[in-house]
Design a protein around this ligand. Structure first.
Ligand code: MN
Length: 186
């Protein structure tokens, strides 16, 4: 776990993102899904592991439909303080565009940190998310190279075939919506 790549990509005199540090793990492990209107709109899914946020960019966002597999491209670890980051990354800075906290909460993985590390190394993770929008068991499976994973909802009582979760487009901490958000209300 390292923040070297995260820091190398950013100029903290230009971006409002936190410089961060590797922190003591929280008692309950957190997750966040940020909606990020960068050059291409995407969702950033981050799971707390060993005091940082292991991160994936998910172009289409998570689904509650077990039939749907969503591409998740692993990106650099982010600092834990990124859990609460919402704001505008200015033009010319890495990842420029608006960011909102689309969902956040805690997650569980049986076996804890040890299973998490092993799963990251082996490319297979199963965990339970407890967010405001996203609930229940998900799996992430690496299918290609070092960074290409697929996120899928597992069958449980929270599964909703056909449901498009991304229509709920507001921030769960500020109710803000990105300028290009859909006209649907939640
Ligand atoms: Mn992003």
């Amino acid at each position: 776990m390292t923040l070297v790549e995260y820091r190398r990509k950013r100029d903290f005199s230009k971006t409002p993102e936190p410089r961060g540090k590797i922190e003591k793990p929280h008692e309950k492990r957190s997750f966040v899904i940020q909606k990020h209107a960068a050059r291409k709109l995407h969702y950033d899914f981050r799971l707390e592991v060993d005091g940082v946020l292991t991160s994936w960019a998910i172009p289409k966002g998570p689904s509650l439909d077990p039939q749907v597999r969503r591409l998740a491209v692993q990106v650099e670890d982010h600092p834990l303080s990124y859990l609460h980051f919402e704001g505008t990354i200015p033009e010319g800075a890495y990842g420029s565009g608006e960011v909102i906290v689309w969902d956040t909460g805690t997650y569980e993985i049986s076996g804890g940190e040890k299973t998490m590390r092993k799963g990251l190394a082996e490319g297979r993770l199963t965990f339970v998310l407890r967010g405001k929008k996203v609930h229940g068991t998900y799996s992430l499976v690496r299918f290609q190279g070092k960074r290409q994973w697929l996120l899928r909802k597992r069958n449980d009582k929270y599964a909703r075939p056909g449901e498009d979760l991304t229509r709920y487009d507001r921030s769960v901490i500020s109710s803000r919506r990105l300028p290009d958000g859909l006209a649907l209300t939640d």
